[in-house]
Design a protein around this ligand. Structure first.
Ligand code: ZN
Length: 379
């Protein structure tokens, strides 16, 4: 009997052992092959995803670059949004392509492999691009904005104002004016001006008038008389309102332009010298003085102060004026004397002839100021 014999049991044991070894081996081989095909499929899908992400990265990066001008917060917002859109794409891309039962396995694996890839790629591509592009885009903007902000705004505005208020500055050597007296009359013209002109004409001397012109026919006539007699017309101010004209360089220019224009319309003269109301250094222009002078110099104008004050503005009588002016003038080789031909300054008219005669007797000649004259300036 074969069944139940020792030989039967020997064959039975061998068969069981064979089944235990061969079947798992075959199963392993089958699974291995299947696994290989799956991994090949995963690689293919990964490459597709990677190319898709590259496209989305470049478009996202350009949008980041465009918006990077605003702020760094904008960048982080865009980067995180590109990250979320990338993960959305990795999830959405494989689902339509994969229909096998193993799809859930690959999709669960993919986020693990592809997401890290996108995060490692992004810092390499998008983040450096934004940082390198930022200086290119934002830096020029700051430099173009700078002239508008850091450079004094008024300074910039001033150059745009009154483009017809420029004169040609004299750049040659000053004339030799030793023993020359410069008579200067501020605040006119006025009812006193014609008498002053008469005395100057009689003595055949030239003087300088720093005018405060008015928009009247009478003023225009007087301005023309001054010019016709060969005297110099310089600009003083239109308003003589210290607080207003020294409040800013722009305010000074505005006032100056009024006076400058009135003189030009009346006489055709482009006055190129001026005298500050109250002198170049006064209690009102401490903050604006330097900027005003710089702007006026840029426009070609020269300013003159004085070295002898007649004090006619203080109401000096004839004798006081005469003595004061002669005493101070005789100490100087080039006296620049301050008079006023306006208001209640009749004594100026009455004394001017005798002052001229006295200084002539001391060997002085008379001249009118111009840019060729070395300016007397305070400070
Ligand atoms: Zn004045």
């Amino acid at each position: 009997m074969y069944f139940g014999s020792v030989r039967f049991f020997k064959h039975l044991i061998l068969t069981v052992v064979a089944l235990l070894i061969i079947v798992p081996t075959v199963l392993c081989i089958i699974l291995l092959c299947d696994n290989n095909s799956k991994s090949a499929e995963i690689d293919r899908l990964n490459s597709i995803i990677a190319s898709e992400e590259y496209k989305s990265d470049t478009t996202d990066t350009s949008s980041v670059t465009e918006s990077s001008d605003n702020s760094d917060n904008g960048n982080t917002d865009n980067i995180t949004s590109s990250e979320t859109s990338a993960t959305e794409e990795t999830e959405s891309v494989p689902t339509p392509e994969e229909t096998e039962s193993s799809v859930p396995e690959t999709t669960t694996e993919e986020p693990e492999t592809s997401v890290p890839e996108t995060t490692t790629e992004e810092p390499e591509t998008s983040a450096p691009e934004t940082t390198t592009e930022e200086p290119e885009t934002s830096a020029p903007e700051t430099t173009t904005e700078e002239p508008e902000t850091s450079v004094p705004e008024e300074q910039e505005d001033l150059t745009l104002l009154y483009d017809d208020m420029y004169v040609t500055p004299y750049t040659g050597e000053y004339i030799n004016d030793d023993n020359t007296v410069y008579l200067t009359f501020d605040d006119g013209p006025s009812v006193l001006t014609e008498n002053i002109l008469m005395y100057l004409r009689q003595e055949n001397v030239k003087a300088t008038f720093f005018v405060v012109p008015e928009d009247t026919e009478y003023c225009r006539i007087l301005l023309r008389k001054i010019a016709d007699d060969g005297h110099t017309i310089g600009i003083h101010t239109a308003s003589h309102d210290y607080e207003a004209i020294y409040s800013s360089p722009k305010a000074f220019l505005e006032d100056f332009y009024k006076a400058y224009s009135l003189v030009y319309e009346a006489t055709g003269i482009k006055a190129d010298i001026y005298r500050f109301a109250g002198g170049s250094i006064n209690d009102y222009n401490e903050d604006t003085r330097e900027d005003i002078i710089a702007e006026m110099s840029r426009r070609g104008f020269q300013y003159f102060d004085w070295n002898v004050d007649s004090n006619d503005w203080q109401g000096y009588n004839w004798t006081q004026l005469y003595n004061s002016v002669l005493e101070d003038s005789l100490e100087l080789s080039t006296p620049v004397i301050l008079f006023h031909d306006t208001g209640m300054r009749e004594n100026t008219v009455l004394v001017i002839e005798d002052i001229i005669k006295a200084l002539k007797n001391k060997g002085y000649q008379f001249g009118s100021l111009s840019q060729k004259t070395e300016p007397i300036q305070f400070g």
